[in-house]
Write a protein that binds this ligand. Structure first.
Ligand SMILES: [Zn+2]
Length: 286
């Protein structure tokens, strides 16, 4: 029996559907243009020119950035503020500052290295060993070196120098073992230098009211003696430490004296008197 086939559409051809769509043997076709397909698709000429121009710009930008980094390590950060790398450069600014500080520290270090020389010289000058002296009636005395020597009174008026002389009074020595100053009665007598009072008495016999002060002068013991002071004018006591110029008493005429004056004697560790005028003339420094 024959059944009528549908008579519509392409199937009207009466051929089975699969025979139209089923693939035949795969067609292997040579593709001579294959290598050309790896080339980037063609772009408009205008875009190619823009890209070509962009490449140098980016290179310059990278170089500028690299240059900015170099600059940031060798110049202050403010020097690159005009470039577009300022933000990145500022990141390195602290490191640049640190480098700058290191060089300053080196400079300070070289200056500090010079100081020990000065300090050493100062120490040698400022800390001489004291002289330990044993004084009758006072005890052990530590004498610090005196660096300042002054006149005991105004030296412009002197009455008598050191050495042989005609005795000024009955019983006075023909050898003047001191020097006499005539600043006027009541004038204040000052210590010639820092030292320790070893005598301060109103019972000085021919010396009257007098004071003795022991000093350390350039590492040697030197004693100064101030005689004929006024009664009641003693300003110091034995064992007292005094400074240069510190008041000891007032000019008078106690003891074996012909008139108000300061009789100053000076002697060293051996007790031998020497010319105080010559000594003071070469030692007074203030
Ligand atoms: Zn005298």
């Amino acid at each position: 029996m024959n059944f009528p086939q549908p008579q519509h559409g392409r199937r009207a051809a009466g051929r089975p559907r699969y025979r139209r769509t089923a693939p035949a043997t795969p067609i292997t076709r040579a593709v001579p243009d294959a290598p050309q397909e790896t080339v980037a698709p063609a772009r408009p000429a205008g875009r190619r020119r823009a890209a070509a121009a962009l490449r140098p710009v980016m290179t310059i930008g990278a170089m500028t950035f690299a240059g900015g980094m170099l600059l940031s390590t060798s110049v202050p950060a403010l020097a690159v503020t005009a470039t577009d790398t300022v933000a990145r450069a500022s990141v390195y600014a602290p490191a640049e500052d640190t480098i700058s500080l290191r060089s300053q520290t080196l400079e300070v270090g070289s200056e500090v290295a010079l100081e020990p020389i000065e300090v050493g010289g100062f120490d040698v000058e400022a800390a001489p060993p004291p002289i330990e002296s044993s004084v009758a009636g006072v005890g052990e005395v530590s004498l610090l070196q005196a660096d300042r020597v002054v006149w005991p009174v105004d030296p412009s008026r002197t009455a008598s120098g050191f050495g042989p002389r005609i005795a000024p009074c009955a019983g006075c020595s023909t050898f003047h073992d001191g020097i006499d100053f005539n600043p006027g009665v009541g004038a204040t007598i000052g210590s010639i230098a820092d030292g320790v009072v070893i005598t301060a008495t109103e019972a000085g016999g021919g010396l009257g009211v007098y004071v003795e002060v022991q000093h350390n002068i350039d590492g040697a013991v030197v004693t100064s003696l101030y005689a004929h002071m006024q009664y009641g004018s003693l300003a110091v006591a034995p064992g007292q430490r005094v400074t240069a110029g510190q008041p000891l008493g007032a000019v008078g005429t106690t003891g074996q004296s012909t008139g108000p004056h300061l009789h100053l004697e000076m002697y060293g560790a051996d007790g031998v008197r020497f010319d105080g005028m010559a000594w003071l003339s070469s030692h007074v420094n203030g």
